[in-house]
Design a protein around this ligand. Structure first.
Ligand SMILES: N[C@@H](CCC[C@H](N)C(=O)O)C(=O)O
Length: 339
């Protein structure tokens, strides 16, 4: 006699879909049953043909539900919520800058965060991240407001050798737009469409990045990011590769210098995406390091999906700000999704 085991999970799965500058995510409310993530479920949700589609999948979950969350809570009892982030290929990543903003918006929608009462303190595998709400920066041509922005203290950044952020890490290696022969280059990066073996600077934002500064727009357009770039020596846990083109500096409203750069990115575990928040931070930091003394502390980074702002903060931290948007609530057929 055979018996039919009861399904381990409900046959439906309630999810949310959102993006930050078109870096898009499927999000789940960890309070709902059956939302524990594993690689097959993540891949199915992120699939753009047979699933809902996304660059990553995020579960907003009580920190006490995960070992990584419990470890954070011991150090910072404010971090009661945790961003469990996975790349589209099912791999676990330490951090996602755009994802933090969209997770903050989800926490707000779910009534788990009220920005009028204070900042959101969110646990991640890279540590605690503090999120501040910024009102919509402007209105669109049709008069409707742009989406609200969220500014995230992304914590400390690190260059090769474990050095932290700060002025002491700016050797003044020369103009940002002239990367050849930079003494800070620690990796050699080969991307189809570009000359082989370009110098790349490794920047740690909690997750790994390798930044290549390009000389002109032609190179930015010509780069073929359909395949994983070759980075040598091979980073042990892989890396996200940013191609960045500094496009100018201007004086901001407060009289301080503001830099601007364009970026394309190949994300570890995903492929080319239309934005990467940690990548934008890495790109701005690399350009600033290479530009040397007097380079701006604030950068606007233009990506295919929009614009984010990166600010170097005192104490070796960096801040990422940009929009967050939720576009859908959906109920999926779990069996069909995983079939
Ligand atoms: N899109 C994210 C980064 C996501 C993780 C990355 N692919 C990795 O594996 O490190 C961002 O906005 O930072």
């Amino acid at each position: 006699m055979t018996t039919t085991a009861a399904p381990a999970h409900a046959r439906t799965l309630h999810v949310h879909k959102g993006h930050g500058t078109q870096n898009d995510f499927v999000l789940l409310d960890g309070r709902e049953p059956g939302t524990e993530l594993d690689a097959p479920l993540v891949r199915a949700l992120a699939d753009r043909r047979s699933g809902l589609g996304g660059d990553g999948v995020i579960r907003l979950v009580a920190s006490e539900a995960l070992p990584e969350g419990r470890a954070l809570l011991a150090d910072d009892p404010r971090a009661t919520q945790f961003m469990d982030y996975r790349n589209a290929d099912g791999s676990v990543a330490e951090m996602c800058g755009n994802g933090v903003r969209v997770t903050a918006l989800l926490a707000r929608r779910l009534g788990l965060w009220d920005p009028t009462t204070g900042d959101l303190v969110l646990g991640t595998r890279a540590g605690v991240r503090v999120v501040r709400h910024e009102p919509a920066p402007g209105v669109r041509a049709d008069g409707t407001p742009e989406p609200d922005w969220y500014a995230v203290d992304m914590g400390p950044w690190r260059l090769p050798g474990g050095t932290g952020g700060g002025d002491g890490d700016r050797p003044g290696a020369g103009p940002a737009a002239a990367p050849a022969g930079l003494p800070d280059a620690r990796s050699s990066v080969t991307v189809p469409g570009l000359p082989p073996g370009l110098p790349g600077l490794d920047v740690d934002l909690g997750n790994p990045h390798t930044v290549v500064v390009l000389p002109d727009e032609g190179a930015l357009v010509a780069a073929d990011l359909t395949a994983v770039p070759l980075v040598e020596p091979a980073p042990p846990a892989g890396t996200n590769v940013e191609l960045v083109l500094p496009t100018g500096e201007e004086t901001g409203a407060d009289g301080r210098l503001v830099g601007r750069a364009r970026m394309r990115v190949h994300e570890r575990g995903v492929g080319e995406t239309r934005s990467c928040g940690t990548g934008a931070c890495a790109a701005a930091l690399a350009v600033r390091v290479w530009a040397g003394a007097g380079a701006p502390d604030t950068w606007f980074v233009d990506v295919p999906g929009g614009t984010v702002r990166v600010r170097v903060l005192a104490g070796g931290h960096v801040e990422l700000a940009g929009p967050a948007v939720l576009v859908a609530d959906a109920v999926l057929d779990r069996d069909a999704l995983l079939a």
